[in-house]
Design a protein around this ligand. Structure first.
Ligand SMILES: Cc1cc2nc3c(=O)[nH]c(=O)nc-3n(C[C@H](O)[C@H](O)[C@H](O)COP(=O)(O)OP(=O)(O)OC[C@H]3O[C@@H](n4cnc5c(N)ncnc54)[C@H](O)[C@@H]3O)c2cc1C
Length: 269
């Protein structure tokens, strides 16, 4: 249950930021995660009256407000057309429709949860976070930062041409993932993100150019390259054990998901 002395609807980001500077204050998104804690907050600051619940699409980018829900991104035609349905695939296992109707992109990205499907899928695109004080920084860099009292205002996904796919492995539907995997062929290279290891998602580039020219190779060469890539990319991360899976199992799943996900993209052409 969420416990606080004051629940404040901020009238501006300036006000929200000033209020959030106190150690006893917290910004609230959809409150899905926050309400699980037992802490008594001084002030809880609600951003829902600041118009941050919109997805704006231009020729250059999608700008996703912090209060946009996971259900909104799941259903957004433009975002899903651009990501080949990867956004929908990444969130569809998260608890249930009613839950996804309330929890937010802002809370999901600012939370930088190790298990996050949302962080994994956005990170493989050319994406940025817009912070009230910190300005616009690449999402993969933001994911490495410590928590502070800044406010996530928007997530920005640049519309550079890409081919991408997302997959996750769960012990059972709607549970937290054992492993998350996203891959994108972008103009600046081939990129993968592996998350839920169980530590936070991290972006890696195909530095060895294993997948170079994959779309013009013969079937046998494609299989060989994807197998080599799956082995290589899964070896670039560290894995740990928790109650869902051992480190060794995660490493094995990473190789399997890498092979399947990259194959799915290449098969589509
Ligand atoms: C039971 C359960 C199962 C889940 N399963 C999954 C899963 O399988 N995969 C997955 O990816 N996610 C999962 N999640 C996480 C979920 O999808 C959301 O990411 C999570 O609830 C946080 O979003 P929220 O809107 O509820 O944020 P809140 O709970 O409101 O906030 C989360 C944190 O972010 C801060 N915050 C919120 N918005 C902002 C902002 N704009 N600026 C700065 N700080 C902010 C809050 O102060 C708080 O510290 C699960 C959550 C729960 C409770």
């Amino acid at each position: 249950m969420l416990r606080c002395n004051d629940y404040i609807f901020a009238e501006s980001l300036d006000e929200a930021y000033a209020l959030n500077r106190k150690k006893s204050a917290a910004i609230v998104g959809g409150c899905g995660w926050l309400k699980l804690g037992s802490r008594q907050w001084g002030s809880v600051i609600d951003l829902s009256r600041l118009g941050l619940d919109k997805i704006t699409e231009t020729d250059e980018a999608f700008t996703i407000g912090a209060m946009v829900t996971l259900r909104d991104i799941e259903k957004h035609e433009g975002l899903n057309a651009y990501t080949n349905g990867a956004i929908k695939e990444s969130v569809r296992h998260i608890v249930g429709t009613q839950f996804r109707n309330t929890v937010t992109v802002g809370g999901s990205i600012f939370g930088r949860f190790g298990f996050s499907d949302v962080l994994t899928v956005f990170m493989v695109t050319d994406s940025f976070v817009e912070l009230y004080k910190g300005g616009v920084i690449p999402l993969h860099e933001f994911a490495k930062l410590h928590y502070d009292d800044d406010i996530l205002v928007n997530v920005i996904v640049k519309k550079n041409p890409l081919k991408m796919a997302y997959s996750s492995f769960r012990n059972q539907q709607t549970d937290f993932p054992v492993l998350t995997f996203a891959h994108a062929f972008r103009e600046d290279g081939a990129f993968s993100v592996i998350g839920a290891r169980p530590s936070r998602a991290e972006l890696k580039r195909d530095e060895e150019n294993i997948l170079k020219d994959i779309f013009s190779k013969s079937q046998d060469e494609v299989i060989e390259a994807i197998n080599a890539y799956a082995l290589w990319i899964s070896s670039q991360y560290t894995y740990e054990s928790n109650l869902r899976a051992s480190a060794d199992y995660r490493r094995h799943i990473a190789e399997v998901l890498a092979r399947r996900t990259v194959t799915a993209i290449v098969d589509k052409g």
